[in-house]
Design a protein around this ligand. Structure first.
Ligand code: ZN
Length: 87
């Protein structure tokens, strides 16, 4: 896991990692948790080469190996009918 956690008192909550604050202070815990979710997502996402066309794109994680263009193309009728070439 990312090691992020939320800590705070009655009116200021923030995201921490190893006791170092890594977000700004939030007035309530739910906002701090939202912030942590976003940071976790950011961390998992990275630039990858598309498995299909080698374009560099922003991947959301290991499951996400095709750029948006190729992902959309997968739903193309030509692809589904088998006339498109899969590398
Ligand atoms: Zn692609």
């Amino acid at each position: 896991m990312s090691g992020l956690y939320v800590e705070g008192n009655w009116n200021s909550y923030a995201v921490y990692r190893k006791e170092v604050r890594v977000s700004k202070f939030h007035p309530d815990e739910s906002r701090a948790l939202d912030c942590m979710d976003r940071m976790n997502k950011e961390e998992r996402s990275r630039d990858r080469n598309c498995m299909c066309c080698r374009t560099v794109f922003r991947s959301e994680g290991n499951h996400n190996r095709l750029c948006n263009g190729c992902r959309t193309r997968n739903f193309d009728p030509a692809f589904l009918s088998g006339s498109a070439v899969v590398i």
